[in-house]
Design a protein around this ligand. Sequence first.
Ligand code: NAD
Ligand code: ZN
Ligand code: ZN
Length: 350
Amino acid sequence: IVIKCKAAVAWERGKPLCIEDVDVAPPKVHEVRIKIIATGVCHTDWEYLYETEKGMKFRPFPLVLGHEAAGVVESVGPEVTKFSPGDKVIPLFLPQCGECKRCQCPKTNHCRKNWENTQMGVLADGTSRISCKRQQVFQFLGVSSFSEYTVVPDTSLAKIRSDAPLDKVCLLGCGVSTGYGAAVNTAKVEKDSLCAVFGLGAVGLAAVMGCQVAGAKRIIGVDINPDKFEKAKAFGATECVNPRDHSKSIQEVLVAMTDGGVDYALECVGSPDVMSAALESTADAWGTCVIAGWTETEEMKVKVLKILMGRTLKGTYFGGEPKMSLPLDQINVAFGLLKSGKSIRTVINL
Ligand code: NAD
Ligand code: ZN
Ligand code: ZN
């Protein structure tokens, strides 16, 4: 049966979301309908609504945004074997089918299952399960967690422990996994290394935490908003720098502070200028810069010499390899986030 519930619908880009009554159709083959209990509001949601002309590709509207969530399985479609009603789950905007070439490759987490249709805001059969006023509403990244109920493919869902606090672990659905994974999986931060994290939102704070867990000696938090510094220090930043306090460029400041540059720079802002600065703040002969901040259409400037000397520039999607495993090995990361305060991420309880 169709479930009638509330959802925040984006009717068009650049306009605020409208709370609407929507219909959520039953799950089809290999699909699961879930009741969303809590959802984070990620920077990426905002970007797709308000920055489609700046750095984002166009997505079809009307759209239900939201991709960082936790919930409970309400019902399962035909041929679903791994989930049952009542299971606690985290929907994944990047699936893990376990069968495609990418899933078989230990070097990446970029499963290709449903990739094209997910980017187009529909499920495997080319339609979405959410409708409003008899009109199809597209599902952002195949998830759409700004709705009390949604339907996702069974390959885009992770079962979690039945005692997991859903309003905390929802952050594993994007921000925490991305930032933590950027440091631990993609940068592979080493013990006693020097790190700089640009941008101290949820992604950046999780990156700080990843650097700390990896045993970094210095973790320099960089943000233009000094209000973020206290929290960053609670997460493990050893010092913080506001680029606006300096007349020199932030890369010059960091190179001077570290006598030649950091070993690892993590960009968690999503700005091409900050990406270039992050790269240039690394040590010339071996520094690694990982980009986690999101932009789809912009270009960053890379001085060839910066690479020629031996630096590495990498990107990360949902925290890189290996596969996200839930919840045991990362649940403490979510708890750590919780401990240090609530305003890093607004979590909405549905
Ligand atoms: P956020 O808005 O909470 O945090 C961004 C921080 O960057 C803010 O504290 C802001 O003050 C700071 N900032 C802005 N301009 C700056 C500058 N010039 N120098 C230093 N700091 C600056 O965002 P978030 O939710 O933490 O997300 C961060 C980025 O990560 C976004 O671009 C988001 O789209 C992206 N993201 C990427 C992935 C991925 O898979 N790679 C996943 C999730 C989010
Ligand atoms: Zn996100
Ligand atoms: Zn796959």
